[in-house]
Design a protein around this ligand. Structure first.
Ligand SMILES: [Zn+2]
Length: 122
């Protein structure tokens, strides 16, 4: 291993340069694991976002999945926007579903008597 500071050749497992005592770079060995550990929960957060969109566009109850995944990603220490966006989309999907159920109930409650009057007047 060559010293990054003075360029002298050291043994592969040396932690410090024998000539200038500079710290020898042994990071590349752990680079892959480090890169993976940098964003724990990122995949979970991305899935949260995807499920949130599916919940809004297709099926409201899937918002629960988005909220759970988003919270899991945050528990893993992920601070990116995907987790928050997934949670928000999940809640919006659930709220929209509840509102549409209420609207249908109201429409049936209001609409049924009107329909009855129309039928009676004919
Ligand atoms: Zn050196």
């Amino acid at each position: 291993m060559y010293c990054p500071k003075c360029g002298s050749n050291n043994s592969e497992d040396a932690a410090f340069c024998t000539l200038c005592s500079a710290r020898l770079n042994s990071e590349p060995r752990y680079h892959t694991a480090e890169t993976l550990a940098k964003h724990p929960g990122e995949n979970t957060a991305t899935w949260s976002l995807i499920w949130g969109l599916v919940a809004i566009l297709v099926f409201g109850p899937l918002g629960i999945v988005a909220i759970i995944l988003g919270n899991n990603a945050k528990k893993m220490g992920f601070t990116g926007g995907q987790a928050t966006a997934g949670i928000i989309l999940g809640w919006v999907a659930l709220i929209l579903m509840v509102i549409s159920i209420i609207m249908i109930v109201i429409l049936l409650a209001v609409g049924a008597p009107i329909l009855q009057e129309i039928i009676n007047s004919v």
